[in-house]
Design a protein. Structure first.
Lengths: 446, 250
């Protein structure tokens, strides 16, 4: 499997670099060497034990090294599931930043930069070089290394010191192709000292072909800065979505990340939050609703590197049919990270005897003055509660829905954009009813 | 209204009801008493359709409908209500959502339009006053963190909201202090009409001081072994159940 990509890289190294953001080329060969050494992760590797990627990686995907435009106008073709969110709106088609932007995006505050990685590295080479690869470059992970070798572009966002974005930023990733297709992109998000921003990333598929996206997102959050990262996946069953989200938090910063998988094929989210200054606060949350043969693996790490930080982690899954879920909650508390408060909860409901859930809290605590807790449960809907509701005239299916919605409600509390929270409540309910509006490619999901 | 004939029911393969017959007409209040383990709660579970119980023999008709053919929610919408001995906590589901769903399902069943928001709130307020329920409780999740007394009041509140034809109160008096008992009983009495019927399942005469039964039945070993007027309850209070057991076994 790896060999074809190794050969491909060797044959097209020049073309890949020629069409890529210059700053991303500097470490490209190094990343490639790492990939050649590591290969793709297999289930023999502890961190990928519960997600079999082989069937996804064996597909013969097309790649677009020449950066040709795909014929699509996302503004026309695409009806987003989260309309009415007053946002700065951007599209990435496969791995290319869609050039035309909304007029309203001109209302961005002065100094804020949102563009493609390619444009950013041409116009602001020093800024980009200061941050690019600072987190991902150290990762001994085959997917991240692969991304470093093959990603040519991505989404760039920079919010300078003391600037607060008046509206959330919405980034819509659309997979669009007539043949099986792979996209690699590397996003870079920089929130400087005392700045404030919210980003909503939506992942969608448009065509009935097999897709694989391997995206790495590096986020740097400065001192006293506040950042929200919401990720909403609503893709079809032939999508393999591999995401690595790396967040670096400086002192007294506050971050929420909420990763929601509503509908998907095979999904692996690697989320790592490093608390690199005192008094950081972070909330790492997510939910999964899966059925049929969908697979979702959320692999999370919270690194308490400095004292007096507070982390809260909450993930909830509802799994039906033969779907598979996995959750890993790694928590590291460094020796000097005294007065750490870290809490972790993972709760899961299996609606069908064939659904599977693997959950693993993994706490490694080297400091001695900390407060940490973790809890993981796997169960079914409460039969007593179901009967109680039915005895009041609420039909079985409605009663189940009420219970499932109630189960997911607290994850949605971790959304600080109220319009988005309301919209998500509705989407979750629709999904649980099996009525989620399907994107075009989703006919095959029914 | 309710006609039960020769009812046999099992749970986990163990027979609990062993040929129970009972007829209840509208306007009547029936008390069912009996020692622990005689099958009182099983009877209420079987009437409301709890899936854990299996009816092996006999019939239950409710206003001419074969009740055993109906799902629990259909029975509820036909007008049967059970005040649970142990009301269930449902974290995350608000009382308001829960009640609105129940009311609207009932309306749907009767081909009536959904209730408007203002009508619903007015109805909630009225019925809360009836059972002297703290207004704040309806802003919380169903029964979550309610005290024993609050849970029982909440059962009667739901009964008031749904206005059933047949209400079964399963040990509604257990765990209540004197004041709460009075409030709950008052609520039940206010909801009483010539058109509906009430079954009170209890261990003690105490509740029957407040809710006066027309008939008292003694349930023992899965059957009704003795029926009488309200004086039977007083006799049971004075003499216990042993004399009845002896009569049955003789």
């Amino acid at each position: 499997m790896e060999q074809q990509y190794i050969d491909l890289y060797k044959a097209h190294r020049g073309m890949i670099k020629e069409h890529a953001a210059a700053v991303m080329n500097a470490s490209r060969d190094e990343a490639f060497a790492r990939f050649a050494r590591l290969g793709f992760p297999t289930t023999k590797i502890e961190n990928y034990k519960y997600t079999e990627l082989k069937p996804s990686l064996e597909v013969d995907y097309g790649l677009n090294f020449r950066r040709l435009d795909f014929p699509v106008d996302p503004y026309q073709a695409f009806q987003c599931d989260v309309p009415g969110i007053d946002s700065f709106l951007y599209f990435v088609v496969n791995d290319g930043f869609y050039p035309e932007t909304d007029d309203r995006n001109k209302e961005l505050p002065e100094g804020v930069i949102i563009c493609s990685m390619k444009e950013a590295s041409e116009k602001y080479p020093e800024l980009v070089a200061t941050y690019y690869g600072k987190q991902s470059g150290k990762k001994d992970d085959g997917l991240v290394a692969f991304n470093g070798a093959f990603a040519q572009d991505g989404f760039f966002m920079y919010v300078p010191k003391n600037v607060e974005l008046p509206r959330p930023v919405q980034l819509i990733n659309i997979m669009r192709s007539d043949v099986d297709f792979m996209a690699n992109s590397h996003d870079l998000i920089i929130i400087e000292e005392n700045a404030k921003a919210q980003l909503l990333v939506c992942d969608h598929t448009q065509d009935d072909v097999r897709f694989l996206a391997n995206r790495v997102t590096e986020v740097f959050v400065g001192e006293y800065a506040t950042y929200d990262h919401y990720k909403l996946e609503n893709t079809h069953n032939r999508m393999t979505n591999l995401m690595t989200l790396l967040i670096d938090q400086q002192a007294s910063s506050n971050v929420i990340s909420n990763v929601i998988t509503l509908h998907n094929g095979v999904t692996r989210n690697t989320i790592e939050v490093a608390l690199n200054g005192k008094h950081c606060e972070t909330e790492v949350c997510g939910m999964v609703i899966a059925d049929k043969n969908q697979t979702v693996d959320n692999f999370t790490s919270v690194l308490h590197n400095m004292p007096e930080c507070h982390s809260d982690e909450l993930f909830k899954y509802v799994l039906d049919d033969v779907s598979k879920g996995a959750f890993t909650g790694r928590l590291f508390v460094e020796k000097d990270a005294q007065k750490t408060r870290a809490y972790q909860t993972n709760r899961n409901i299996l609606l069908h005897p064939s659904a599977k859930m693997r959950t693993k809290p993994q706490l490694e605590i080297f400091a001695d003055d900390v407060k940490c807790s973790h809890g993981a449960t796997i169960g079914q809907l409460d039969d007593n509660a179901l009967f109680y509701m039915r005895s009041r005239g609420i039909p079985y299916n409605e009663a189940r829905l009420l219970l499932m919605n109630a189960f997911m409600a607290d994850v949605l509390e971790y959304i600080r954009i109220f319009a988005l929270r309301d919209r998500m409540k509705m989407l979750v309910e629709k999904r649980l009813r099996g009525e989620l509006s399907k994107c075009e490619g989703c006919v095959i999901c029914q | 209204m309710l006609v039960i004939k020769n009812l046999h029911a099992n749970i986990d393969g163990k027979e609990i009801l062993k040929g129970l017959s009972l007829t209840i007409n509208k306007g009547e209040i029936h008390a069912i008493m009996g020692p622990n383990g005689s099958g009182k709660s099983t009877l209420s579970s079987v009437i409301t359709g709890h899936p854990a119980f299996e009816v092996t023999h006999g019939t239950i008709e409710f206003n001419g409908t074969d009740l055993l053919e109906l799902a629990p929610e259909e029975r509820a919408n036909e007008g049967i209500f059970l005040s649970f001995q142990y009301p269930v906590e449902i974290p995350g589901v608000s009382m308001v959502n829960f009640m609105r769903s129940a009311i609207n399902e009932q309306r749907k069943y009767r081909n009536e339009p959904a209730i408007s928001a203002t009508d619903f709130l007015r109805l909630m307020r009225e019925k809360k006053e009836l059972v002297e329920m703290d207004s704040k409780l309806t802003n919380r999740a169903v029964n979550e963190g309610f005290s024993g007394g609050e849970k029982k009041k909440n059962e009667i509140f739901q009964m008031a909201m749904l206005e059933p034809k047949l209400a079964i109160l399963d040990e509604t008096d257990s765990g209540l202090d004197i004041d709460a008992l009075r409030i709950v009983a008052n609520g039940v009495n206010k909801l009483k009409s010539p058109e509906n019927a009430t079954v009170v399942i209890t261990h003690y005469q105490r509740l029957l001081d407040y809710i006066t039964p027309d008939f008292v039945h003694v349930l023992y070993d899965g059957k009704i072994v003795k029926s009488g007027g309200k004086e039977l309850a007083l006799e049971l209070e004075a003499r216990g159940y042993d004399w009845i057991k002896q009569e049955v076994e003789a």
